[in-house]
Design a protein around this ligand. Structure first.
Ligand code: HEM
Ligand code: HEM
Length: 213
């Protein structure tokens, strides 16, 4: 059945994605708007969004390791070959990716690296602010070490701005809207699957068979 629906993202993964998106956008807005001159008390919203992001990322890592297919996000030599052959419009065969394309895996890697940098440095910076749980201690690290922590946090912010812009741009392009729908509603059609994916690399279980999602 060409318009039969196949699950691409389970509800728990979609909820994870949208909480991640909301917390990252909140982190960027609360940190960058004051620099652009929009003044408001941003620190509490910023660190709470950072804690939410940390919690959902931990959930995602556990789920990806034990319930999902780690290999589906691993950049392989085949993915690079698919990406290169797709640049050649008159190439002999059109190779198709598995569940995720090279570009998607690459930006996932970027998000992973810079999320770790942002969360790691952000948690250390929490020592410098008053929270309901402790009072600030600005002398916990040497001032030069604090400097590096701030540089790393700032570099991850810059990387996030670039990655989020690219990511949203591609998500909204007409030929990628099927994936945006799948991140909202969960499914793509069997026809879309056949057209865009290599069924040997992204295996869809036949009815009744159980699978890792
Ligand atoms: C060590 C860290 C991480 C590991 C091992 C990991 C692993 C994975 C894997 C294996 C998938 C594919 C799941 C599937 O479709 O079968 C995936 C999807 C995804 N990852 Fe990660 N990831 C990590 C970090 C991150 C970070 C930091 C973010 C966000 C900033 C993120 C966001 C996503 C999203 C939105 C998806 C698609 C939703 C889904 O279907 O699960 N991941 N990840
Ligand atoms: C608000 C606008 C956003 C839209 C419309 C959007 C849309 C999407 C779509 C369509 C996918 C691909 C799902 C698939 O392959 O089936 C995806 C995956 C993913 N999203 Fe987002 N997203 C948004 C914000 C964010 C933000 C702010 C982050 C930052 C952490 C993020 C992190 C990810 C990651 C890491 C993946 C997995 C890699 C990939 O498939 O590209 N998303 N998102």
């Amino acid at each position: 059945m060409p318009d039969q629906r196949l699950t691409r993202h389970l509800l728990s993964d979609r909820i994870f994605h949208w909480i991640t998106a909301a917390s990252v956008l909140a982190l960027l807005a609360t940190s960058l708007l004051p620099i652009m001159g929009v003044q408001f008390s941003w620190i509490a919203v910023h660190w709470i969004a950072g804690i939410v992001l940390t919690a959902v990322i931990l959930f995602h890592i556990v789920r990806a390791t034990f319930w999902q297919e780690l290999r589906s996000m691993w950049v392989s030599a085949y993915d690079i070959k698919v990406a290169l052959t797709s640049l050649n419009p008159v190439g002999p065969t059109k190779l198709k990716p598995g569940k995720y394309s090279f570009a998607q895996k690459f930006i996932h890697l970027g998000f992973t690296i810079f999320t770790f940098v942002a969360i790691g440095t952000g948690l250390v910076m929490m020592v410098k602010i008053d929270t309901p749980f402790w009072t600030r201690d600005p002398y916990w690290l040497e001032s030069a070490t604090w400097g590096w922590v701030y540089v790393a946090h700032g570099v991850s912010t810059l990387a996030f701005v670039t990655m989020v812009m690219l990511h949203i741009y591609f998500a909204l392009r007409p030929e990628k809207l099927l994936y945006t729908r799948s991140m909202i509603k969960g499914w793509i059609t069997y026809d879309e699957y056949r057209q865009h994916h290599d069924s040997a690399r992204w295996k869809i279980p036949s009815a009744g068979e159980s699978s890792k999602h």
